[in-house]
Design a protein around this ligand. Structure first.
Ligand code: DP6
Length: 369
């Protein structure tokens, strides 16, 4: 399958106005995407848990324009106009224009809100871009389905195509966003052991998953809620000419191969080792970029050490992972929830900014509202 698959046949129908709302979750990568080629193609495959509570809700209103001056839009977060979101959305719209030719004929009002605080350091690009991509797909679906000049077969857009194309579009907004549409595990990037996997979009993980990984919990400890000094986009670019890049891409591919058997066997110890190593490798790539940078904070390390001590003394199957920031995702099986939450309360909350954390768990993807 190539990009061409997502270019629609020219529309013979148009709509005056309307609106759609989607809610879409965030996700946390177990094998990380870090490094990309042109057009948001990842250098290595990645796999993530879809989250449940951390999500973005977006309402997209579209209004047909009288003139043909190209698309225009305004964007609101929690009811307030947010012009600083505009450049990223403008880039996204430009990247997806060829795949959604209706864009140029409309003015859009994008109204968005997150269940997590915007300044929490939790990336809203995955949930935000996937929610927006889904709203755009809903518009395209309506344009095609309401076209009376088409045959019944030509008018129907099946769910699989809808989700694939929405994920494909979301990827063009933010790479990791293409893993937020479905749950509970999603793979993005071609991998020989995963049928249907593609560099172009995320797919629901199709292989066997042991009961041990069902309903896994993720408590996100908010260590630093400030703006990141280095954006993910800049970080990805620093993988060009990075001395360890090629080895890292190979390692990620191998880690995903290993993850396939770990998920099948339910091997929690191997899961812990792989997930923590991925998190630290991601940050090692940052620290060995040129220019180098560090996104972890002293409290990130305090928490990691506490988790290691707790695991050693209790035999718990708790582990941590990190995204491109200082916050710590604490992952643990559902059966340990009450003990781990007690441990978090007693020992980890002290290292969180204003004592803040978010209890989340594996979720099942985006929803049309
Ligand atoms: C560390 O998807 O935010 O979270 O494609 O430039 O928008 P862009 O980057 P982004 O990068 C996410 C990186 C990561 C790892 C991951 O989610 O796989």
């Amino acid at each position: 399958m190539t990009e061409k698959h997502f270019i629609p046949t020219p529309y013979t129908n148009s709509l005056e106005n309307g609106s759609f709302s989607w809610s879409s979750p965030s996700n946390i990568a177990l094998v990380k995407y870090w490094g990309k080629k042109e057009h948001q193609i990842p250098k290595n495959p990645s796999i993530s848990f879809t989250l449940d509570n951390c999500k973005t809700t977006t309402n997209l209103t579209f209004l047909r324009k009288a003139s043909h001056g190209g698309f225009s839009f305004e964007v609101f977060l929690d009811g307030e106009q947010k012009d600083d979101f505009k450049p990223k959305i403008e880039t996204f719209f430009k990247r997806v224009e060829d795949y959604l030719p209706f864009l140029k004929d409309y003015h859009f009002k994008i109204e968005t809100s997150n269940t997590f605080p915007h300044s929490s350091g939790i990336a809203s690009s995955a949930s935000g871009m996937s929610a927006l991509a889904l709203c755009l797909m809903s518009i395209e679906k309506l344009i095609i389905e309401s076209d009376v000049t088409l045959s019944a077969a030509e008018r129907s857009i099946d769910e699989t195509y809808f989700t694939k194309k929405a994920s494909f579009l979301a990827r063009l907004g933010s790479g990791s966003a293409c893993r937020s549409l479905e749950g509970d595990l999603v793979v993005w990037g071609k991998h020989d052991g995963i049928e249907g996997s593609s560099d172009l979009f995320g797919v629901k993980y199709p292989n066997d998953v042991h009961q041990n990984f069902k309903n896994f919990q993720d408590t996100i400890l908010l260590v630093d809620k400030g703006e990141k000094q280095v954006s993910s986009t800049v970080g990805h670019n620093l993988m060009y000419g990075h001395p360890f890049a090629q080895e890292r891409f190979k390692q990620a591919d191998k880690n995903l191969s290993d993850m396939i058997s770990i998920l099948k066997e339910g091997d929690l110890d191997a899961f812990i080792a792989l997930v923590e190593s991925e998190a630290l490798t991601l940050h090692a790539m940052m620290m060995t970029s040129m220019p180098y940078f560090i996104l972890m904070k002293p409290n990130t390390l305090e928490i990691i050490n506490k988790i290691w001590d707790y695991r050693k003394s209790s035999g718990s199957k708790i582990c941590f992972t990190l995204d491109a920031g200082a916050n710590v995702h604490v992952l643990y099986p559902e059966g340990e929830a009450s003990q781990v939450l007690e441990f978090i309360q007693n020992e980890l909350v002290a290292f969180c900014q204003k004592g803040q954390y978010i209890n989340d768990k594996i979720g099942f993807g985006a929803k049309l509202l």
